[in-house]
Design a binder for this molecule. Sequence first.
Ligand SMILES: CCCCCC/C=C\CCCCCCCC(=O)SCCNC(=O)CCNC(=O)[C@H](O)C(C)(C)COP(=O)(O)OP(=O)(O)OC[C@H]1O[C@@H](n2cnc3c(N)ncnc32)[C@H](O)[C@@H]1OP(=O)(O)O
Length: 240
Amino acid sequence: MLRSCAARPRTLSALRAARGGAPRPARDPGPARRSFSTEKVIHKDHSLPNPSWSKDLRLLFDQFMKKCEDGSWKHLPSSECKVPQRIHSFKTYFLDSKPVKEDQLSQARPFTRSYEVGQGFEYAMFYNEDEKRTVCLFQGGPYLEGPPGFLHGGALATMIDTTLGVCTISCMGLFMTANLNINFKSPIPLCSVVVISSQLDKVEGRKVFVSCNVRSVDEKTLHSDATGLFIKLDPEKSLT
Ligand SMILES: CCCCCC/C=C\CCCCCCCC(=O)SCCNC(=O)CCNC(=O)[C@H](O)C(C)(C)COP(=O)(O)OP(=O)(O)OC[C@H]1O[C@@H](n2cnc3c(N)ncnc32)[C@H](O)[C@@H]1OP(=O)(O)O
């Protein structure tokens, strides 16, 4: 059963504190040991079916969940994990970075999860580790309109960036988009479902080259193709 995470302890430290135990003291493990936070966050998974999902999206989701049964594919949960937690994790890695002021954090949230259910980005992602591929099943809601009746190109760019980013991060760790090239070949009707299929093509030092295509559910229409360059973040360099 899905439960809202509001008013519930979100991290192991918060759980300890709620039970009367002392929170674990923060300490710097040193540059070689710093990593993305491993604290378990309790949150709602937005990448599971909801009433706004069309029949196409549900069918595709079920097909991919079936592919997960033998372990070759993994469903990637998508949390409403608030940015403070993400920034905290980011800061653990980049101790000098000050991306936003503390008092602005309470309003921050992941861009693709910032719309009401069904109005914006509805999607689920699946990852195949052996093939270094990530697939995103995406339904763009009515608030993402560009040309009348069609999806905004920037909304598609967002989902392409996110899919390529997840593909890179799943395979390789902390990266940022340095370059994104998108060919828009055929407009996407608003509220329809598309499949974004991405793959890791090449790794050169800190540079990771990824690519994807965006197709209709019946695979007959190629809506877009894109390439991306992601750069592994260097903990010795400040981001700001
Ligand atoms: C991202 C972490 C999120 C954590 C949370 C995870 C949760 C969910 C995942 C969701 C996925 C979301 C994905 C969304 C990703 C984004 O939108 S990121 C935001 C947009 N991107 C940025 O703001 C990046 C801004 N740029 C930078 O910060 C820096 O330029 C950089 C970090 C990309 C690289 O800087 P630096 O580390 O100093 O590297 P350099 O020394 O400059 O370059 C290294 C090599 O790369 C080559 N290079 C760099 N940029 C480019 C480019 N634009 N085009 C081509 N090549 C580039 C550069 O030449 C160097 O090459 P050589 O080593 O000399 O061969």
